[in-house]
Ligand binder design. Structure first.
Ligand SMILES: [Zn+2]
Length: 292
């Protein structure tokens, strides 16, 4: 009896596979299912396990992570992050690999079609450091989506450094926003520090991503810019005005029109701290202990 049932299931799964032609994009959904969460692949997943060349051959996609609490959390964050920047959410899928779980230690933001793939392994490692950490990783990845949409960053170098530092800045902005994560620095600071320890997640961006002190100062600047309501494009002009023109002195650009005198006074009052973070004078431990 059991054998017969298994065979029937397999036939049914094969029929499904043919019906849906194993297109990887069909597994991408913007909302999480409300039914019971399971980490076991469905028969359809098994049939259509190949994700793409950035993931192992045994990896597969679905829309569940760990349990319903975590699944609802990260899909809720996906919607919230987009809404803070006035954007529709980008399809989010979770990458699992039961044969080689460590192979999913990555998160990738894709430009065409726009989507984010979040690996189960990096999610679990991040969550072990606090609920805020996977949200911060997702906010960084969504920062890349904003770059794809608006043709950012406005500053170009021979490496991915401006792209990555700005994505860190977008994540800092989201963490501070009352309509976003609304975090305290006591929660956000150590979360960012964890991210630098495990490196960058976008394997689609080759090259240098900024040194840890540069990434810390980028995040902290984004955090301070979260005091104001900025579009992605005005965030970009303000971010690089302060980061490059004021902080390091490497660029000489005019003050953006979106910088109000009040905002300029606020960010300027933080410039000494930002420079000390950027130079490493404020180290990783002290960075996590800064005030709001
Ligand atoms: Zn990145």
């Amino acid at each position: 009896m059991k054998t017969t049932k298994k065979t029937a299931l397999l036939v049914s799964a094969m029929a499904l596979g043919m019906l849906f032609s194993c297109n990887k994009d069909e597994n991408t959904a913007s909302t999480a299912p409300s039914n019971l969460v399971t980490l076991q692949p469905t028969e359809l997943n098994k049939e259509c396990s190949y994700v793409d060349s950035y993931w192992s051959s045994t990896a597969f996609l679905n829309t569940t992570i760990i349990n319903t609490t975590q699944t609802n959390f990260i899909y809720g964050q996906n919607t919230k992050i987009a809404s803070v920047f006035g954007r529709p959410s980008v399809p989010l899928s979770i990458v699992h690999d039961n044969s080689n779980p460590n192979s999913t230690y990555n998160a990738i933001s894709y430009s065409s079609p726009k989507k984010i793939y979040f690996g189960e392994a990096i999610y679990k490692a991040a969550l072990a450091k606090g609920q805020i950490v996977p949200a911060m990783i997702l906010a960084h990845e969504f920062g890349h989506q904003l770059q794809y949409t608006y043709g950012l960053p406005s500053v170009h170098e021979n490496t991915a450094r401006p792209n990555e530092l700005e994505a860190d800045g977008f994540a800092g902005y989201y963490m501070r926003k009352p309509t976003g994560y609304n975090a305290t620095w006591a929660a956000a600071g150590p979360a960012f520090e964890f991210a630098y320890a495990i490196g960058d997640y976008s394997t689609t961006s080759a090259g240098h991503h900024g040194t840890p002190p540069q990434r810390r100062s980028a995040t902290r600047l984004g955090w301070y810019l979260g005091e104001y309501n900025l579009t992605a494009t005005s965030f970009d002009s303000n971010f690089f005005y302060y980061y490059n023109n004021v902080l390091s002195g490497a660029y000489k650009t005019a003050r953006p029109s979106t910088v109000t005198p009040e905002m300029d006074a606020f960010i300027t009052s933080k410039m000494d701290e930002l420079r000390k973070i950027n130079s490493g004078e404020i180290d990783g431990t002290e960075f996590g202990q800064l005030n709001d």
